[in-house]
Design a protein around this ligand. Structure first.
Ligand code: PLP
Length: 405
C-alpha cells in the first residue's frame, strides 16, 4: 500500500516509556489512485449524480454476486427501508430481527410503521438463534431481517424454511457481508432482497452508499422507483440525450439514489474486494494463532455456513479470569496506542428502544452477555503482520498478564 494514503492518525503517537510508536487505529479505508482518478473523471464528465457510472457499478456488482439485479442507494439504511417498502411492510406488521445489530436494522422497521420484534442471538455466536425465531412469529409477522454479523453468514436454509412455512419475506442485512458466501452461493443471491453497506468503515466503501440485490425484476423496479421519488423507470435519463422531460410519479417515493461520484469509488473498490478479503483472512489467521494461548480470550467463530467476509474481528474476554472489566481493557489498550471498538451495543439497551418497547437488559441474555465481553480489534487490509503480532496482540497480552486473577 502506498504511504500517500496515510492519515493524521498515523502520526498520533503514544509515549509508553520506551519511546513513541504510531497509533494503530481501529480502521482505515483503503483508497487507491484508481478510485481518485475515477472520481476526477466523474467530476470532469459533467454528470455528477446517478448516471452512467452508477449503472456500471450496479451491473458490475450484480455480476460479482451473481444476482439478476442490483440497485444502488445512498446507504444500507435507505436500502433496508426500500426493501421493506417494496414488500409492502406497514403499520399492521411485525418484523423479526436481532438485538445484536446497528440501529439501522430496527429503525427502518419503524419508518414503515411496523414493529421490530427481537430474537436473541446464539449462545456462543453473534448471529440470530434460528431455533428461537418461530416462537416470535405472530399473525402480524411479515418479514425477517437476519444480520450476517461481522460477515459470518447466518443459517439461511433454516431462516428461509421458516419464512416459507409462515409466508414471510426475508431481507438480509448484509452490511458486513460483501464477498461472504453461504454454502458456495454469494450473499446477495439467496433471499428475495439483500442489502449491502458501503459506509466508510465497511469492507467495500464509497464513503456512504449501499446496494440492494434481488433476482426479482418487479422488486428491483419497485426499489429503483422508490429510491428516486417514485418516478417512472430510468427517470435519471431525463437530462441526457436519450431522455425526455416527461416523467410520472407512481408511488410515494424517497430520495435515496447513489451519486456517480460515489459509484466511481465503488467500481474500483469492487474490483479489489477479493484481494481485500485475502488480506483480511491472513490477518485473521495471525490473530487466531497468536491469541490461541490466552485462556482469557475467546476467538471469534468462523462458522460452518460458508465463506466469512471478516468485516470485524471480535474477541470476547473471560472477565471472570480478570481483575479488570472489558471497558478498562479498552482504556488500557487505547493508552498503549491501540484503537478498538465494540460491536454492538444491543438495541434493547438503548434508551429509545427501552422506553418505546419496554425492553429490559435481561430480555435477550445472550446478546447482553456477548456485548459485555466483546472487543473488536483492528482489522483492515493495509495492516501489516507486525501490527497484529507486535502491537495489538502484544499489547493485549501485556494488559491481560498484568491483570490476571
Ligand atoms: C453499517 C450497518 C448498517 C447501516 O449501513 P449504512 O450504509 O451506514 O446505512 C446496517 N446494518 C449493520 C449491521 C451495519 O453494521
Amino acid at each position: 500500500m502506498p504511504s500517500d494514503t496515510a492519515t493524521t492518525e498515523d502520526f498520533l503517537t503514544k509515549t509508553n516509556g520506551e519511546g513513541t510508536r504510531p497509533f494503530v487505529s481501529f480502521h482505515k479505508p483503503l483508497i487507491g489512485q484508481e478510485e481518485i482518478d475515477e472520481v476526477v473523471d466523474t467530476l470532469r464528465s459533467g454528470w455528477l449524480t446517478t448516471g452512467p457510472k452508477t449503472q456500471k457499478f450496479e451491473k458490475a456488482f450484480a455480476q460479482y454476486v451473481g444476482s439478476e439485479f442490483a440497485v444502488a442507494v445512498n446507504s444500507c439504511t435507505a436500502g433496508l427501508h426500500l426493501a421493506l417498502a417494496a414488500t409492502n411492510v406497514g403499520p399492521e406488521h411485525e418484523v423479526i430481527t436481532t438485538p445484536y445489530t446497528f440501529a439501522a436494522t430496527a429503525e427502518v422497521v419503524l419508518y414503515t410503521g411496523a414493529k421490530p420484534v427481537l430474537v436473541d442471538i446464539e449462545r456462543d455466536g453473534f448471529n440470530i438463534d434460528v431455533n428461537k425465531i418461530e416462537r416470535a412469529i405472530t399473525p402480524k409477522t411479515r418479514a425477517i431481517i437476519p444480520v450476517h454479523f461481522a460477515g459470518q453468514p447466518c443459517d439461511m436454509e433454516a431462516i428461509l424454511d421458516i419464512a416459507r412455512r409462515h409466508n414471510l419475506t426475508v431481507i438480509e442485512d448484509a452490511a458486513h457481508a460483501v464477498a461472504a458466501e453461504y454454502h458456495g452461493k454469494k450473499i446477495g443471491t439467496i433471499s428475495p432482497l439483500t442489502v449491502f453497506s458501503f459506509y466508510a468503515t465497511k469492507n467495500l466503501t464509497t464513503g456512504e452508499g449501499g446496494m440492494v440485490t434481488t433476482n426479482d425484476r418487479a422488486l428491483a423496479d419497485r426499489v429503483r422507483s422508490l429510491s428516486l421519488h417514485g418516478l417512472s423507470r430510468d427517470a435519471w435519463k431525463r437530462y441526457s440525450k436519450a431522455g425526455s422531460w416527461y416523467y410520472e410519479i407512481l408511488h410515494l417515493g424517497y430520495k435515496y439514489n447513489l451519486t456517480d461520484i460515489q459509484s466511481a469509488i465503488g467500481l474500483h473498490q469492487l474490483a479489489k474486494i477479493e484481494k481485500f478479503l485475502d488480506d483480511r483472512r491472513r490477518l485473521v489467521e495471525l490473530y487466531d494463532q497468536s491469541l490461541a494461548e490466552l485462556p482469557e480470550v475467546m476467538l471469534p467463530p468462523h462458522g460452518t455456513n460458508g465463506r466469512h467476509a471478516w468485516h470485524l474481528y471480535v474477541v470476547r474476554l473471560r472477565t471472570d479470569k480478570l481483575r479488570i472489566s472489558r471497558d478498562e481493557v479498552i482504556t488500557k489498550l487505547a493508552e498503549q496506542g491501540i484503537g478498538t471498538s465494540v460491536h454492538f451495543i444491543p438495541l434493547h439497551l438503548h434508551p429509545f428502544y427501552r422506553t418505546t418497547f419496554g425492553w429490559a437488559p435481561g430480555d435477550f441474555p445472550n446478546a447482553l452477555r456477548t456485548y459485555e465481553s466483546a472487543i473488536s480489534l483492528p482489522l483492515y487490509p493495509q495492516m501489516e503482520p507486525h501490527d497484529v503480532r507486535d502491537r495489538v496482540v502484544a499489547t493485549l497480552k501485556q494488559v491481560i498478564h498484568e491483570n490476571r486473577r
